[in-house]
Design a protein around this ligand. Structure first.
Ligand SMILES: Nc1ncnc2c1ncn2[C@@H]1O[C@H](COP(=O)(O)OP(=O)(O)O)[C@@H](O)[C@H]1O
Ligand SMILES: [Mg+2]
Length: 328
């Protein structure tokens, strides 16, 4: 069993204002208190502009808080004597659209950029690159000499992730890793993220504005709105606050909504269905019990699902397709 007790990243009353002291000042974070524990896969979720990217850039010292503290492995990273370089190695940050930062001629050169700059020897660098590529399921022999620009979208993103893994981080923070991808690419990347956590034991912080993505993979959700944390807990608990979530532009996964609706119609279903698999488990027996009910049931569900899908995609911005697109 993994121990979930040790806090690896913690913020204490964290606040941050862009362009502080100018007429353009914009407070992006205030009063943020979060703790990330070793071994967990936690998602930070909130609509665009809620402060997610600003928050995670504090996790490895790219931004310096102007209120409160950020602690990594129990240490205030801005206190005297703490090496930010060391913090940045331990907390690996994969930016949104990381493939935009690929620039070397070969996959191998790209992935080895960070480990080389950390002063590893040639042999260590090569080993780190091989291992990182193995972890993200990129074949070293056939891909190392290829140009990163010739790869598929999903592969490019995995090269970028490998570049961060090659530094040997303990915590991996991924900012909207599925942004702009088609359903297949999203699935591929999310599975990769889940594997990093499940199979390889990384502590993972997944930043997303898609409830559908986080519902399936995250053990815990940190929900942000207007620069602060408004809710926190396991997905099934967070999704009980459906109206609040809709109020902050998020909503709940389509299947959760569907089951909620069916409960309203008097069907005795559990409240905490968050994944398609869980929904199938409770709905198949229900449908089996409906006389000639299949056609009719489907029609009702469809009407319902579509309506919410549209509302959702409006609230969620343009980067990803609507939920309907993903499900069809
Ligand atoms: N470089 C910047 N300069 C000024 N304001 C910024 C900058 N980056 C983000 N902001 C503002 O800070 C707030 C939080 O942004 P961000 O952390 O990017 O949110 P999210 O990642 O949740 O979309 C937003 O109001 C955004 O406009
Ligand atoms: Mg962002």
């Amino acid at each position: 069993m993994r121990r979930l007790s040790e806090v690896v990243i913690e913020t204490v009353d964290l606040g941050y204002t862009y362009m502080k002291g100018t007429p353009m000042a914009r407070q992006a974070l205030h009063g943020v208190n979060v703790a990330i524990r070793r071994g967990e896969l936690v998602a930070i979720i909130g609509r665009t502009g809620s402060g997610k990217s600003t928050l995670i850039q504090h996790f490895n010292g790219l931004l310096r808080p102007d209120e409160g503290q950020i602690k990594v492995m129990g240490q205030d990273i801005w206190s005297k004597g703490v090496s930010l370089r060391d913090v940045r190695r331990r907390v690996g940050l994969v930016f949104q659209y990381p493939e935009h930062q690929l620039f070397e001629e070969t996959v191998e050169a790209d992935i080895s950029f960070a480990p080389r700059s950390m002063g590893m020897t040639q042999v260590q660098v090569e080993e780190a690159v091989r291992e990182a590529m193995r972890i993200v399921n990129l074949d070293y022999d056939s891909l190392r000499s290829r140009s990163p620009f010739d790869l598929s979208g999903g592969q490019k993103r995995r090269v970028a992730i490998a570049g961060v893994l090659a530094m040997g981080p303990e915590v991996l923070v991924l900012d909207e890793p599925t942004a702009g991808m088609d359903p297949r690419g999203r699935e591929e990347v999310l599975q990769e993220v889940a594997d990093l956590h499940e199979k390889h034991g990384y502590t993972v912080v997944l930043v997303s504005h898609s409830m559908e993505d986080v519902a399936r993979y995250a053990q815990r959700l940190i929900v942000m709105d207007r620069g602060t944390v408004v809710m926190e807990g396991p997905p099934h608990e967070v999704f009980r606050h459906r109206d609040t979530l809709i109020g902050i532009g998020l909503g709940v996964p389509q299947v959760t909504d569907l089951v909620h609706e069916l409960r309203g119609m008097g069907h005795p279903l559990p409240e905490d269905v968050v994944t398609l698999e869980q929904a199938m488990e409770v709905l198949v027996p229900l449908l089996a019990g409906w006389p000639n009910g299949h056609g009719q049931g489907k029609g009702q569900r469809h009407g319902h699902g579509c309506g919410h899908g549209e509302g959702q995609s409006q609230g969620q911005g343009q980067a990803q397709g609507s939920w309907d697109g993903e499900r069809v």
